[in-house]
Each structure stands twice: as C-alpha cells, then as structure tokens.
Design a protein around this ligand. Structure first.
Ligand SMILES: Cc1ncc(COP(=O)(O)O)c(C=O)c1O
Length: 440
C-alpha cells in the first residue's frame, strides 16, 4: 500500500524517478545529467525542504508565485473550508460565491468592472488580446488587429502570448505558427546611453511609439506591457513616466492598453499594482501567480465596463465565447480570497517597505563585487554578474549552502516571499555574496 508518510523517500531515488517520467518545463533535460534537480518534500514559510531535511531559502518565491511563503495557514484555511463546500462547478450557466466575492473585491481594488477567469498567466494574456481585437471588430474597426509590444517583453508561452514576447530562445522554433505584431524599443534603463538622462531616454522611447501610432493606429488594437519591470527577460526596470505617456497616447489614438501584472501584481513593486505608480487605469489588467499565493492555478483578465458592454447583445456570436474547463474554479477562487484577506488584515506593503530597507542595507556589501546594474524596486533585487564570474558555480554554491536562485542569463535576482525575516534576509544576501566572491 502507498503510504507516503511511512516511506522514507531519499533524494536520489526521487530525482531518478522524476527524470524517467517528468518532462520538466523551461529545461534542457540533458543538462540534468550534470545540473541539480532539487527534490522537494515540503515547504514551510520562506523555505523549501528536500527528502533528507535540507532546507533551501526560496529566493524566487517559486517563480514569483508564493507571496506569503509555503504552507500559509490563512490561505490553507480558506481552501480547506471551500473543500467541504464545493470543489468545482462550471460557471457558464451557473455561478458560485467564491467567484462572485473575488470579482467584487478585484473590481474594487482596480476600478475595472468585470473579471474573466483562466488558469495560468498565458491564458489571461490570450483573453485580453482576443477581447481587444474582438471589441474593435464590434465597433466596425475590423482592421485593428495588430498588437504593439516591447523589446525584451515576456507574456507567456502559448501562441498568442508568445507572439508578443521578445525572448528569441522561447520563440525561434515556433515563428511559423505565430502572427507578426509590432515591436517597439524597451524603456529599460540599462539600455540608456551613459550620457543620457532617464528623462531624455524615456521620452525618446515614447516619441518613437507616437510615430508608430501616427502611421499605424488604424491597424492597432492594443499596446501590451509589463508595468515598470520586465521580469522574465532579466528584471529590466523603467520609469513610471513611460506608463503615463503610453496611457495618454493610447487614449489619443484609440488603442487599448493591456497591463500585464502577472509577475508584479500584489505588492511586488511596492504598491499593490505597479501601474498605480503612474496613476493610470488600464483597459485590460492581467493577474495570476501571486493571486492564489501558490495554492492553485488561477488567472484573471479584468476590463472596463465600456468594453464589457460592447459584447452585451441579443446575438450569441457577439458575446465573448472563450472558455476553459476550470474557469472560475471555486477552490482556486477561495485561495485568492485568502490572499486578499492577508492584504486586508495586514499592512503588507508597509511591512515590505521596512523589509526592503533592511535588505538594501545588507546588499551594500555587494558594491565591491564583480557585478553591474545593481537595482531594486519594492521586493525585487537584481544585478548582472561580470563575465569573469562562473555563474554555474555560483548557483551550485548557493544551492549547496541552502539558497535557491535561478538566474536569467547573467542576471541574478531575488524576489523573496514577503514572509522573509531578518535571519533569512541575511542568509539570502550573505550566501550569494560569498558564492560570487568564491567564483570570481
Ligand atoms: C509578465 C508575465 N506575463 C505572463 C506570464 C505567463 O504566466 P504563466 O507562466 O502562468 O503562463 C509570466 C510568467 O512568468 C510573466 O512573468
């Protein structure tokens, strides 16, 4: 009989079984012959723990999902309660309390009137892209089908989302399957010339967008961007003025603004939503990842009432007929309600600001390391390792010393769970510092 609690499953045998049957994501499977695959038995707070009891500080919040760490009591209680009530019912032709409460709360937080659900971030992007061009079609503007996206953008791996993603290694084998859209320069500060001010650099990028809109607005349905931080292409940070200016241009040229906060939503940048730094309201807002705090997959695309109303009609074909089997799943919605309750009952953003200050103080010792472009916003830290540092060795050394990091190319970043305490902060900063020093 299978009794997990009584079986002592050692790391080696778990890894062996995994490599035999699991095709791991975002991985060259052959590299696991040499690189580590860490077998995780359980999670507690900011830590992941393997089958032999070794602990790893989860400095990426498990791909930026577990905002409140692992085994969070509050979210768990919301899900457990819902488990005794209703695990699933479709929401075409039916509805239930968790999906209603969640939609009401999200609308209140964002000022966007309607919520459409999916399961993963990429779903939310597909939904926004489809809704936007469908909206223009309903308005008789059938040519408005092109999407403007940023250099170095990342919006997910399904074909629609990938077609507005600028990460060549993810795209190159599938280009023949995708529509061509319109790419504009990234406003990432790292791309600025040394003698240029951030203001000059940002306004030059906005000016280029304006020229594109002047020429092609009649063909463009939407402009999609990750507000303030382009995470998956290496934590590139840009100025909030860019968001403000793009919002104005989108208004002026009748183009939707799709704001993808899948990675940065729910406090990661120091405000509940990153676009709030610019005091703007998007036409579409995509959320996922931290929404359920790592408990269950869920994503949501929020939009303005005026867009929703364009689909409201006698004719079924004018409705938005997109669906997924698990759309609005009650367990996933209850996990999201648990996450929102934590924000409601605690000053998460204020507490994070205090933690960020402490972490920045600890990172002061990094200034003599062979790194460049050290940057921080909210609960995100990143820098590039100089070419003389052996990055694989740095990763191995961090992991061996109980710190899990997953750099993007030569960018080392930290997006720790908001549960991180003083000792854990020290562990994160000092372990990485020692690893870099050792392998420079
Ligand atoms: C900004 C952004 N958008 C979309 C996605 C895709 O989300 P998912 O991996 O859940 O499909 C990601 C994932 O990292 C992301 O960072």
């Amino acid at each position: 009989m299978y009794e997990p609690s009584t079986i002592v499953m050692k790391n080696k045998s778990i890894v062996k079984r995994s490599l035999k049957s699991v095709w791991h994501p975002c991985s060259q499977m052959k590299h696991y012959e040499e690189q580590l695959l860490i077998p995780i038995a359980k999670g507690r707070g900011s830590w992941l723990i393997d089958f032999e009891g070794k602990k790893y500080l989860d400095a990426t919040s498990s791909w930026w999902v577990n905002l409140f760490g692992h085994n969070n009591k509050i979210i768990k209680a919301f899900v457990s309660k819902q488990l005794n009530q209703l695990e699933h019912s479709m929401i075409a032709g039916m509805t239930h309390e968790p999906v209603i409460s969640l939609s009401e709360q999200l609308s209140e937080l964002t000022g966007l009137g309607h919520c459409f659900y999916g399961s993963d971030g990429a779903n939310a992007i597909e939904i926004a892209l489809k809704m936007s061009s469908h909206y223009w079609r309903e308005k008789g503007k059938t040519q408005k089908v092109k999407i403007v996206y940023l250099q170095n953008s990342y919006h997910g791996e399904t074909l629609g989302a990938l077609s507005v993603t600028d990460v060549p290694i993810f795209r190159e084998h599938y280009s023949q399957l995708m529509q061509k859209h319109l790419q504009v320069d990234s406003p990432d500060w790292r791309l600025k010339a040394p003698n240029e001010s951030i203001k000059e650099f940002t306004s030059a990028k906005v000016e280029k967008v304006k020229r594109l809109f002047d020429e092609k607005a009649h063909l463009i349905s939407s402009f999609i961007l990750e507000p303030l931080v382009q995470c998956a292409s290496g934590m590139g940070i840009y100025d909030k003025q860019y968001l403000k200016d793009i919002r104005s241009l989108c208004n002026e040229y009748d183009i939707h603004m799709i704001v993808d906060e899948i990675a940065v939503g729910f406090g990661r940048t120091g405000k509940l939503f990153a676009h709030q730094y610019a005091n703007i309201t998007p036409d579409f807002l995509c959320l996922s990842k931290g929404l359920t705090g790592g408990y269950l997959p869920l994503s949501v695309t929020l939009t303005r009432d005026e867009i929703y109303e364009a689909f409201y009609h006698e004719d079924v074909r004018k409705g938005f007929l997109h669906s997924h089997s698990y759309t609005g799943n009650p367990l996933a919605c209850s996990a999201a309600l648990g996450t929102l309750s934590i924000f409601k009952d605690n000053d998460v953003i204020g507490n994070n600001a205090i933690k960020a200050k402490k972490i920045n103080k600890l990172f002061e010792s990094h200034k003599d390391l062979p790194i460049s472009h050290f940057r921080n916003i909210g609960m995100i830290w990143a820098f590039e390792l100089n070419n003389n540092v052996n990055i694989q060795k740095v990763i191995q050394s961090c992991v061996a010393n109980g710190l899990f990091i997953r750099p993007i190319n030569r960018t080392i970043y930290f997006m720790p769970p908001y549960t991180i305490n003083d000792l854990e902060m020290r562990h994160m900063v000092k372990t990485s510092e020692e690893a870099i020093k050792r392998h420079a």
